[in-house]
Write a protein that binds this ligand. Structure first.
Ligand SMILES: [Fe+2]
Ligand SMILES: [Fe+2]
Length: 261
């Protein structure tokens, strides 16, 4: 999911050193070859401002690595839960194929914009937070129903702004990615709803999983990365992805920074 806020990290000395990440909230990171420098926090990455000539290259590099995270998490869903229903395993296998294609698409875009693999440090927080969850329900709740649902809003916004800027080939690329991400969120939503219908206690477990994931996310991103950064809710996209009208309204209110309750 795009998470490329346009503000840059504050001066390290002024902000002070943050406390180390709480290891109980994170699984070990995925393997990366020697081309990559892996960081733990957003503030330790290169977060170029929107007017920097390399801003878009950095964005494409970041997204490429995030797609690899998506592939790795879906693959872990297959390898860690061999007893899961065939149906959900097929969806996860399809998601692996989609995320691999997205990573390659981003790599082509990155190189087409003059960038290269390993040009910027990367974060693997998605993998470390998602694979920390011990159940497939937890993994799909965090990865598909939360991170990728946020990605629907972000990709939809990026597609629109890219098209307005006259970059129609790049906008088409984001549109095709959006179509796949909607399917990823929808299959997870349908599976999660069936599980809750069969055992309503799953809802409580989902809540507990999300609390831990939110804590971990906050430690990685810090307030400087997330404050004032939200994308407009893609209402039709979220409805197509299996959210109810009520859930979409709540997401839109949260994105605007308030709730009606
Ligand atoms: Fe993707
Ligand atoms: Fe996805």
């Amino acid at each position: 999911m795009p998470d490329s806020p346009s503000n840059s990290a504050p001066d390290e000395a002024a902000a002070g050193s943050p406390a180390p990440l709480d290891p109980s909230l994170f699984a070990p990171g995925p393997a990366r070859d020697a081309r990559f420098v892996v960081k733990e926090r957003w503030r330790d990455c290169v977060n170029l401002p929107a007017d920097d000539p390399l801003h878009q290259v950095e964005f494409l590099h970041r997204q490429m690595n995030e797609e690899v995270n998506g592939l790795e998490c879906s693959a872990r869903g297959l390898s860690d839960f061999p007893e899961a229903d065939w149906d959900i395993r097929m969806w996860l296998a399809r998601q692996c194929a989609d995320e691999a294609r997205h990573a390659l698409m981003f790599r082509r875009q990155l190189e087409g914009h003059g960038g290269h693999v390993g040009q910027f440090p990367v974060l693997n927080f998605q993998y470390r937070i998602i694979t920390r969850a011990e159940t497939l329900m937890g993994r799909l709740t965090i990865q598909n129903r939360t991170f990728e649902a946020g990605g629907i809003d972000a990709v939809s916004w990026v597609a629109e702004t890219t098209r307005s800027a006259g970059e129609s080939a790049l906008a088409d690329f984001f549109d095709s990615q959006l179509a796949d991400e909607i399917v990823h969120v929808r299959f997870a939503n349908e599976w999660i709803r069936r599980r809750i219908r069969d055992d309503p206690r799953e809802l409580l477990r989902m809540g507990a999983t999300m609390t831990l994931a939110a804590k971990a996310f906050e430690q990685v991103m810090g307030r400087e990365a997330t404050e004032g950064v939200s994308y407009p809710t893609d209402r039709p996209g979220r409805l197509e992805a299996g959210f109810t009208e009520q859930e979409v309204t709540l997401a839109a209110e949260l994105a605007r920074g308030h709730t009606s309750s």
